[in-house]
Write a protein of this length. Structure first.
Length: 535
């Protein structure tokens, strides 16, 4: 018998002879990019139609909101005095959320295979993560610049300064805002900053912005960033400090990217994949749940308060006890969202009506959070099916507690508006519309997209590709629109005040209409067979 021939030792190809790990990594990425399946032409056309419909919806809605005479008189003085500080508060909240994301391994997310085979290989971790971080920064900066440019274009219609100045200021401020959603998180995750220091930095930035907002000044670092956004209206040399500060934070984030924890990236890879799948299937509940897991928001073992035993209503007690177990991070996040709503409504009241859309979207997110106990029950259909009441009746019992919780969160926004020291009638309008807006936000959160309805991406859609794309857009925009409509009385009351009529009586009428109609809109959407309320 002859011995088996030895295993053949293949000679490396000329491409890899003497190649470093970084060169092999670049070649691997090129090969993977070429191997990815590219979408077919019909899919590209369908996505183009969906994007065109979405842009048309947004443009038409913003055009309706922007209409009106230029802002003059007292509203213009209010924007001059508090505009930079209000925008600075928004920047402070963005930076705080970014710091919080960095504590949980964000903002980078790579595929699980890259975590297991590249980060654990004898290759520089910086060579693996730096291109991902640069791409993440580029996308965030570009998206922010586009949003800021659109905001500047719309603002130039109402405020003095001219289109070129406002568009340029919007582009720069939006780009900085986009970068600030990523760079601080890179610093925290790369340098392994302790939670105490990150939370302290976020609290200090928010406190400085609030001080400027109350005092009507723009002297602190968050307001420097706000001065960039309102430069055509209130130019200040302090705005020149914003760009170097932002560049310094971005450079620090990129320099620290190699220190990101491999364990955190491994954990985020699975959760981000789950989040993307949930977003692709338009499952809002799964998106919310994956977001909570990404933020490591674990309910408290002990509630913040103990409910007395004599309180009636098993569903009310269970819902309230669930809300009282919110972790501190979620409480702070909802407080930040309330401040964002207050700032957006203040700008809308001053004349920048399109900020009402931003306030409505944030209010919709608040509604999803306060209705979370109901969503937790629907996650266990085997239990709810055995109860003597149907899911629709259970939802009706959950709604009052959710509305009360949303109203309590709204008190934070009301306090922020009061800190601006507006006229008594304006503050009364905000107080009157607090509960109706909470009702609209909770009713919007109760509406869910029916899986499988609308565009499915194939050629067998009986409704046709264009109609299916429209239905997809309608599903995405329908529920948040209810929350936005709940805030429309703010604009009606503002116009009444400008016309010299009593805004409080107009707000009362609008609030009653919203409180009566908001619960009917989910039922109307349910009748379209595109949404579900009780399933």
């Amino acid at each position: 018998m002859t011995a088996d021939p030895p295993h053949e030792i293949r000679t490396p190809s000329p491409r890899f002879r003497g190649a470093t790990g970084e060169a092999a990594l670049r070649d691997l990425r090129r090969r993977r990019a070429r191997a990815r399946q590219r979408p077919h032409g019909i899919e590209l056309v369908a996505w183009a139609e969906a994007i065109a419909l979405l842009l048309a919806y947004a443009t038409f809605g913003l055009w309706l909101l922007v209409g009106g005479p230029p802002i003059t008189g007292e509203p213009l003085a209010l924007v001059r005095a508090h505009g930079a500080a209000a925008v600075g508060l928004g920047f402070a909240l963005l930076i705080g959320l970014s710091l919080r994301s960095g504590l949980h391994g964000g903002p980078l997310s790579i595929e699980a295979a890259d975590v297991q085979h590249l980060l654990l290989a004898p290759v520089s971790r910086r060579a693996v993560l730096l291109p991902v971080a640069v791409r993440r920064l580029a996308v965030a900066t570009g998206a922010g610049a586009v949003a800021g440019g659109v905001a500047g274009l719309l603002t130039a219609e109402r405020l003095p300064g001219g289109f070129p100045a406002w568009i340029g200021a919007g582009l720069v401020a939006g780009a900085v805002a986009g970068a600030m959603t990523v760079a601080p998180a890179l610093v925290v995750s790369g340098r392994r900053v302790r939670a105490l220091w990150a939370h302290t930095a976020a609290a200090v930035l928010v406190a400085l912005a609030v001080i400027d907002l109350v005092a009507g000044t723009a002297l602190t670092p968050p307001s420097w960033l706000g001065l960039v956004a309102v430069w055509p209206l209130a130019p200040s040399p302090l705005a020149a400090l914003a760009i170097p500060a932002a560049v310094l934070v971005v450079a620090a984030g990129l320099a620290a990217v190699a220190g990101t924890s491999v364990e955190a990236l491994d954990r985020r890879s699975g959760l981000v994949a789950e989040l993307r799948f949930a977003a692709a299937t338009r499952d809002v509940r799964s998106v919310t749940r994956a977001g909570h897991r990404l933020a490591e928001e674990v309910p408290r073992r002990r509630p913040w308060l103990r409910l007395p035993a004599w309180l009636p209503g098993a569903v009310w007690r269970r819902h309230t006890q669930s809300l009282l177990r919110w972790p501190p991070g979620r409480v702070l996040r909802l407080a930040a969202m309330a401040l964002a709503i207050a700032a957006a409504l203040a700008l809308a009241w001053a004349g920048a009506s399109y900020f009402l859309v931003l306030a409505g979207l944030v209010a919709y997110a608040v509604g999803l959070e306060v209705l979370e106990p109901w969503s937790e029950e629907t996650d266990r259909p085997d239990l709810t099916a055995t109860l003597p009441r149907g899911r629709g009746a259970l939802l009706l019992n959950h709604l009052p507690v959710a509305v009360a919780a949303a109203s309590l969160i709204g008190l934070v926004a009301l306090a922020a508006i009061a800190a601006l020291r507006p006229p008594g009638a304006d503050l009364a309008v905000a107080a009157v519309l607090l509960v109706p807006a909470a009702i609209a936000a909770v009713c919007a959160a109760a509406v869910r997209s029916r899986p499988g309805a609308g565009f499915r991406g194939g050629g067998d859609d009986q409704l046709g590709m264009g109609t299916g794309a429209f239905l997809t857009i309608f599903q995405l925009a329908g529920p948040p629109t209810i929350a936005i409509l709940g805030l429309v009385p703010v604009l009606v009351a503002r116009d009444a005040a400008v016309a010299g009529r009593d805004p409080v009586s107009v707000a009362v009428t609008g609030g009653v209409v919203v409180a009566l109609l908001a619960p009917l809109l989910p039922l109307a959407m349910r009748a379209m067979s595109l949404f579900t309320v009780d399933e």
